[in-house]
Design a protein around this ligand. Sequence first.
Ligand code: FE2
Ligand code: FE2
Length: 211
Amino acid sequence: MVSGRPLDSAIAVADRALRAVFAPARSSRPAPGGAAAPPPLSETDRRSAAGLMRVNHTGELAAQALYHGQALLARSEKTRALLMEAARAESDHLAWCETRLKELAARPSLLNPLWYAGSFAIGALAALAGDRASLGFVAETERQVEGHLDAHLGRLPASDARSRAILETMRAEEVAHGATASSAGAVPLPQPVRALMRRTATLMTGTAYWI
Ligand SMILES: [Fe+2]
Ligand SMILES: [Fe+2]
């Protein structure tokens, strides 16, 4: 946070939130799976893939919001920079999921503003526990996302190679994000906190599949 300039910080926070939720996500790299238009899926497969990719889109938005919230209240500049870099990396993932949703003729979750706001608040709370706990929160988030992506890779229709390529690339990068946080001094989170994070994620992903 820019100390002594709370208005500037509030404007920057609002600007980041509005961009993340309402502006088309910007990617620094093309979506995995090649430039050629992917073959169309059967209606059953399209619906199933669209539900799963909507969940992943919301998950990437929530990850960005968590890291924005954590960065706002980070104690050291080094941790803040690490968190903002993590949020930027999630922006590529968000853009890839957004592109895939369009290809699948599907829309993002209508509740995304709510998920962003809730995740931002959780991120800010995590930051209050100190930088090493906050980095532990990143490591645990990425570990849980990795498990979630494994489950989705098992559930994606076999015909949907494009979504599979996106999720496999995201999975590899989430593992790397977790490792970066761990090597920066993350401390393990208490079991009840990890369980609460899991329950919150289940609520979000269960809802985003449909709404
Ligand atoms: Fe991600
Ligand atoms: Fe990540």
